[in-house]
Design a protein around this ligand. Structure first.
Ligand code: GDP
Length: 311
């Protein structure tokens, strides 16, 4: 990928897309194109086709998607399935039509079967039923990676897919009804501390295990894959390490400095019990994450809430 190549980053205002743009700029790429969703609605096939015909990007990184945490996924089930299919169908097909040299499609670790053996290897895809709470989103992402594979099979397109684990970082969503667990916990503990609240409510039993990757590390992995990976199979992107939600709660509580109680609300769903990625394929391709979780949480807390240091 030449430094003057035209790279279209779809979803550049999102947490992932903005991290990808930062990483590309840092590497010296100068010809990055993007559009806000107001300027270009990626669900609109006609608009996407004319954008591609006009811009003719050399490379595409597809980081645009409708995303959310367990509650949003489980509530807006039709929107998550339909809109994600629309966005990815439009961008992938237009990339084919305009003979884009290489496209990277970003999926998610929720594509794997709920009861997949751990850590999850890429080849476990489609070997069992999905977790119900995010099945619509997962189905869209599976269709996306299969569409990339199909264009490769039928037309020889160099369309690759990466499956990141749970992400966090700058630009995350802190709306408690839509967010993922890590930003939700940061906000809940921060506000409880500010307001001297006696208790913080955490969803589920605290026993599910999750893996977390800083989005800047994902962006670095995306560049690595654009430069060094041309395979058909999706590639997992994660740390290869996980912890329980209860352990995460303690980590966030310590970072924020909240000393009140924690109550686990078991009326709320746990989601999948565990989804630890096997990252050996990416390790074999020469990539490893850099940001440890405690360090990453401290940085994100500072960035999002700018707490005044304890005297
Ligand atoms: P998931 O990885 O797709 O299940 O998405 P989430 O990041 O939304 O949830 C991960 C786990 O954290 C689930 O077991 C949730 O029940 C749990 N969790 C605990 N407290 C919260 C919270 O305040 N918000 C969210 N989104 N999840 C929470």
């Amino acid at each position: 990928m030449e430094l003057n190549a035209k790279i279209y980053v779809a979803g550049h205002r999102g947490m992932v897309g903005s991290a990808v743009v930062r990483r590309l700029q840092k590497a010296g790429y100068q010809n990055i194109v993007y559009r806000t969703s107001k300027e270009l609605d990626l669900r609109d096939t006609v608009a996407v086709n004319s954008f591609f015909a006009e811009e003719k990007p050399d490379y595409v990184i597809l980081a645009a998607a409708k995303v959310g945490g367990i509650m949003a996924n489980n509530t807006f089930r039709a929107d998550f399935l339909f809109e994600n299919l629309q966005i990815q169908n439009n961008v992938i097909h237009a990339s084919h039509e305009q003979a884009v040299k290489k496209l990277l499609f970003l999926g998610s670790s929720c594509i794997y079967p709920k009861m997949a053996p751990q850590p999850i290897k890429e080849e476990y895809l489609l070997t069992g039923p999905l977790e119900a709470t995010n099945e619509p989103y997962a189905l869209a992402k599976i269709a996306g990676l299969k569409l990339c594979e199909a264009y490769r099979d039928q037309y020889g397109s160099n369309f690759i897919s990466a499956m990141p684990t749970n992400l966090y970082g700058p630009g995350d969503n802190y709306d408690l009804n839509k967010s993922h667990v890590l930003p939700a916990l940061l906000r809940k503990f921060h506000e409880a501390k500010e307001n001297n609240a006696p208790e913080v409510e955490v969803w589920g039993t605290g026993t599910p295990r999750r893996e977390f990757l800083h989005v800047d590390d994902l962006a670095d992995a995306c560049l690595h894959l654009m430069l060094h990976y041309d395979g058909k199979e999706p590639v997992n992107v994660g740390t290869g390490e996980d912890l329980t939600i209860r352990e995460l709660v303690e980590l966030v509580r310590d970072t924020v400095g909240y000393t009140g109680n924690v109550r686990f609300n078991t009326d709320k769903p746990d989601g999948t019990p565990r989804k630890l990625l096997d990252v050996s394929k990416l390790a074999d391709a020469g990539w490893r994450y850099k940001t440890g979780l405690p360090e990453g949480i401290r940085a994100v807390y500072q960035e999002a809430f700018q707490p005044t240091p304890v005297a």
